[in-house]
Design a protein around this ligand. Structure first.
Ligand SMILES: Cc1cc2nc3c(=O)[nH]c(=O)nc-3n(C[C@H](O)[C@H](O)[C@H](O)COP(=O)(O)O)c2cc1C
Length: 483
């Protein structure tokens, strides 16, 4: 079932989904309150909400959202498990959340469903515009409960990149009908496996839900054409290589090459081919000039998706002192973004900011490798006994090799789970060596940030929107009327 977009006004500006918890409900709400598409990140949202609850839920927002959750017994169980009115005893001493697997414990399914519900529900309060949720295709095990929670909260748009999200539209259709469904899990060295999800984890008598729009994030027209043929995709975010976060590798590049990626003309997306598919699309990656929107529309796009500018604004979920330090370094021109070929265990290039005092400000080999308590970027592999095991190229090399992994995979890998959680203000105590995990910042072209400051020392989502929309024409898109 494809949403009938001719009836739906399309946003010209999308605030990109940014994990972990950088595009939090507050940022998405600020953007949507101006009528644009605000997007929360669904990545590791179970862990983020568990952290917020353990810190005492100071603003009461999660407990407020919990009251709207359709299954009050489930909401009570989650609060009983994770809410600590007095906060953490020691910095970083969070209780571990179990990792996802093929058959995760019921308590984890409950937490994941509840958490994405709360994040979307909070973003939607007082929002004039639509709210979306962003997920990464590469992270498969938590997808269905997180998606289901977002659907229960009435999410308007689902955006997914970092992979080929061919099965997601069909799964969304099933989840909207509260049907049990299964996600195909990629298993290295073995056949794919199924991860089932039964929506009756939420015990409530619910009507069928509205199917949100589904936007696939792509960096090649070939992938756009293939996804359009598969059906169920309502539009595309066409993301270029200077965008923050993960990027698609350049043509012919392999992470095994041990080279940082270099992009050339062959990596340019043929927008005429994308346009010929007849689906709306938005351009992303360095589209934060006052004329970016008009230029994108001239090329046939409905509008633009912007990330980096929003990541460092005061409405972002980034820890405030890290954010302000990054801005200060950007003003001084003393910070750079590097596209690391081997940093992310996903195998995709990853933009890393070299801010001193963060993981990206030093050689990846320096961090003492240690087991990660989150395991979001583990890949599934087939064990000798035929069972599915899990390994991550950023875990201690001996563990990875014991699980049949190639030691060459481990070189240069960073623990993104811990680094990104720390950037959002949830640094976990290190298992070895004491201290807290260091933040790791991903970012696009940060040197351009001073333009949003306008002589001030900080800026918010409104400043960005005013800047981006200052030269906008009101000409409607040929296919649709953009708001
Ligand atoms: C801090 C940060 C985190 C990001 N995380 C994600 C993510 O989790 N999923 C995703 O699809 N894109 C992610 N992105 C990409 C953005 O959604 C957006 O497409 C991109 O930032 C646009 O390019 P720009 O950074 O030049 O504005 C991230 C970007 C940043 C800056």
């Amino acid at each position: 079932m494809v949403t009938d977009l001719s009836q739906t006004p399309l946003p010209r500006l999308i605030q990109g989904g940014m994990g972990i918890a950088i595009s939090s409900w507050r940022l998405a709400r600020a953007v949507a309150s101006r009528g644009h598409l605000g997007v929360v990140s669904g990545t590791a949202i179970d862990r983020v909400v568990a952290c917020r609850l353990q810190e005492g839920d100071a603003d009461g927002s999660i407990r407020e959202a919990a009251e709207a959750f359709p299954d009050q017994s489930l909401a009570t169980r989650v609060l009983q498990r994770w809410f600590k009115p007095d906060g953490l005893k020691n910095p970083g001493s969070y209780k571990p959340v179990p990792m996802f697997s093929i058959s995760p414990p019921k308590a984890l399914l409950e937490l994941a469903t509840f958490s994405s519900f709360c994040e979307v529900w909070l973003a939607k309060q007082k929002a004039k515009g639509p709210i979306g949720i962003n997920l990464l295709e590469k992270i498969q095990a938590p997808t269905l409960p997180i998606l289901y929670g977002a659907l229960l909260a009435g999410v308007d748009t689902v955006l997914m990149g970092a992979g080929i999200p061919r099965d997601i539209p069909g799964l969304m259709d099933q989840l909207c009908q509260h049907e049990t469904c299964s996600l195909r899990l990629t298993v290295e060295d073995g056949p794919a496996a199924d991860i089932p999800f039964d929506p009756s984890v939420v015990e409530a008598d619910l009507p069928a839900l509205n199917r949100p729009q589904f936007l696939a994030i792509i960096s090649s027209h070939v992938l756009a054409m293939s996804l359009a043929r598969s059906g169920g995709v309502d539009g595309f975010i066409v993301e270029g290589p200077i965008a923050g976060g993960h990027n698609a590798g350049p043509r012919g590049w392999k992470y095994e090459s041990h080279q940082d990626p270099v992009y050339g003309p062959k990596d340019q997306v043929d927008l005429d081919r994308v346009k010929s598919l007849g689906l709306p699309f938005w351009l992303a990656g360095g589209k934060d000039d006052p004329d970016s929107l008009a230029q994108a529309q001239e090329l046939g796009a409905v509008g633009i998706q912007v990330g980096t500018a929003f990541a460092f604004c005061s409405d972002s979920g980034m820890n405030d002192s890290i954010r302000r330090r990054a801005i200060a370094y950007a003003i001084a021109g003393e910070v750079e973004t590097r596209t690391e070929g081997r940093g992310s265990p996903t195998g995709y290039p990853f933009k890393t900011l070299d801010l001193p005092g963060t993981e990206g400000g030093r050689d990846p080999a320096i961090r003492q490798r240690q087991a990660c308590a989150h395991g979001y970027l583990r890949t599934a592999y087939q064990k000798e006994d035929g069972q599915v095991g899990w390994r991550c190229a950023a875990e201690p090399e001996a563990d990875y090799v014991r699980k049949g992994g190639d030691p060459a995979d481990c070189e240069g890998r960073r623990c993104l789970c811990n680094g990104l959680l720390a950037t959002a203000g949830y640094p976990h105590a290190m298992r070895l060596g004491g201290g807290l995990e260091l933040p790791l910042i991903t970012s696009g072209m940060i040197r351009d940030l001073p333009r949003f400051l306008n002589g001030k020392d900080d800026y918010n989502a409104n400043d960005i929107i005013d800047h981006l929309c200052s030269q906008t024409t009101t000409t409607p898109n040929l296919l649709h009327t953009a708001v």
